[in-house]
Design a protein around this ligand. Structure first.
Ligand SMILES: Cc1cc2nc3c(=O)[nH]c(=O)nc-3n(C[C@H](O)[C@H](O)[C@H](O)COP(=O)(O)O)c2cc1C
Length: 199
């Protein structure tokens, strides 16, 4: 293996990376074989003590419709006066992209690697998945929304007590290019150790 892989293209991908707007994803999306490749790349992350504290649930085709129905059902149970338009919007959440991948953080709470480190590792998987998708020509966005932290959704997806939904990664073809968004100057976020010692 190589410890470095200098690549101007990779640098440009990283420097100019942007998420797709959540309402700008359409078909086509990655096919089943593409998804396996994306997940293989996505899981090539730093992983303290090789715990692989992640798993995935993928939604495509009708699965998105059925999951959307579940979302609307749970929403209605929480908000009995929700009108039909509102429920239709809830049901349409998974339909915003041809492929949706739920990334589940599945840490081992008994392991000596802290759960926090295991969760960071899963965050890296989510980001890697977006980068893998971008480099393969797919646009994507990482969303949580209320559906990532609702007991009913956890139950519907078999997410255990010790697990959490790290996010839903929506993948497809962008119908619009996202504009740049303001970025905070990195200089405000960094202090050298010498500067700290002066304070
Ligand atoms: C853990 C996590 C959860 C997010 N959840 C949402 C969300 O629910 N809704 C949303 O609009 N953006 C959400 N975002 C932000 C978008 O993924 C994206 O970062 C944002 O639109 C800015 O675009 P950029 O990634 O190109 O900077 C989330 C980001 C992270 C890291």
């Amino acid at each position: 293996m190589l410890a470095t892989r200098p690549s101007a293209q990779a640098r440009a991908l990283l420097a100019l990376r942007r998420s797709a707007g959540k309402n700008t994803l359409s078909a086509p999306g990655p096919a089943e074989e593409d998804i396996w490749q994306l997940l293989k790349v996505a899981t090539r992350v730093p992983d303290h003590r090789r715990l692989e504290p992640w798993r995935f649930i993928r939604f495509s085709g009708d699965e998105r419709v059925r999951f959307g129905q579940k979302i609307a059902q749970l929403y209605k149970a929480d908000t009995p006066d929700a009108d039909a338009a509102c429920l239709a919007m809830e049901a349409a959440r998974p339909l915003r992209a041809p492929v949706v991948i739920a990334v589940i953080s599945s840490p081992d709470p008994t392991h000596k690697t802290p759960v926090w480190e295991q969760e960071l590792c899963v965050g890296a998987v989510c980001q890697n998945l977006l980068l893998a998708a971008n480099s393969a020509g797919w646009a994507g966005v990482w969303l949580t929304e209320w559906i990532a932290c609702h007991a009913g959704i956890d139950q519907a997806l078999g997410v255990k007590q010790s697990e959490r939904i790290a996010g839903f990664i929506y993948l497809g073809t962008a119908t619009a290019n996202p504009p740049e968004r303001p970025r905070a100057a990195i200089t405000n976020k960094v202090r050298s150790y010498s500067e700290l010692q002066k304070d």
